[in-house]
Write a protein that binds this ligand. Sequence first.
Ligand SMILES: Nc1ncnc2c1ncn2[C@@H]1O[C@H](COP(=O)(O)OP(=O)(O)OP(=O)(O)O)[C@@H](O)[C@H]1O
Ligand SMILES: [Mg+2]
Length: 318
Amino acid sequence: MILTVTLNAAIDRTVAVPNFRLARRHRAVESRTVAGGKGINVARALTLLGRPVIAAGFVGGPTGTRVLEQLREESVLTDFTRIAAETRINLAVIDPTSGDQTEINERGPAVSPEEVKQLFERIGYLSSGAKICVLAGSLPPGAGDDLYARLIADLSRRGVAVVLDAEGEAMLEGVRAGASMVTPNEREAEELVGQEFSDGSDLATGLNELVRLGAVEAAITRPEGCVAAVGEGAERRLLEVHTEPLEPVSTVGSGDAFLAGYVAARYEGRSAEDCLAYGVACGAESTQHFGAGTVDRNQVERLLGEVAVHDLEVPAEV
Ligand SMILES: Nc1ncnc2c1ncn2[C@@H]1O[C@H](COP(=O)(O)OP(=O)(O)OP(=O)(O)O)[C@@H](O)[C@H]1O
Ligand SMILES: [Mg+2]
């Protein structure tokens, strides 16, 4: 099976408020609540794609219980580690008159060293049945920026491939710890390698740098698909995966859907090209839905026909 780990899970609450203004009292005309956090979104998408997945991570308090209940309603299998502090709630206010979205995200509860130890035991146990593990999203405060790096070291020793999608220091340390695949978007990749990308040659440099830092393979996502460094040693290739950007309903969680598609295909032992193309098709399809990690499997197959994979063209040095 596939394991997803969400260390900073959330309840994502979205309310629709026409003519939203600061410092006023409003009445919401519509609201919805879903379990969130990147790893959870990936687990949701994998479930919709019909792949065997277990969602793990930390949950705490009544809001944590709510996360588990929501996932059960969506038939997502879970095995979370309970923590003492309360899981966070993220609030998004959408103004239907302007289309503006205002987000207020809590940082999330701190975790204790003892709770981290329990998580490692749980993941160690689950990993015996796992082929691939997805680590995605922010880390809880107090966990230390090296938590993903430590999980990667532990899972690699157990022979589980780890796909990592995070930002900042947590991501950098995970890259250095030798994640099997990392999937930053362009902005995150620029931050990781400390350079802005203006053309294909910059993207190629960025990919090579992610590998030099320690990642086995790397993909940099963008609305028109992704570029990726795949294969090891003499087999190394730089690929460009392209699809025509769609008019989105919502791009929130498109990166999570990309990740789910990539992992779904990799779980079946497909080629690097096929895995990336399936990821791009899933990312694209998810933009046609409101909920993060929501994909329609049949529409993904249709979009897959429009995804092209070729070698990344690197302009000659001038
Ligand atoms: N407008 C779009 N049309 C078609 N496909 C899209 C569009 N936006 C994103 N995608 C698909 O989704 C994938 C991930 O997109 P992107 O790089 O925007 O993710 P992200 O910024 O990590 O998103 P998030 O972290 O919010 O989930 C891309 O590889 C692409 O396949
Ligand atoms: Mg992302």
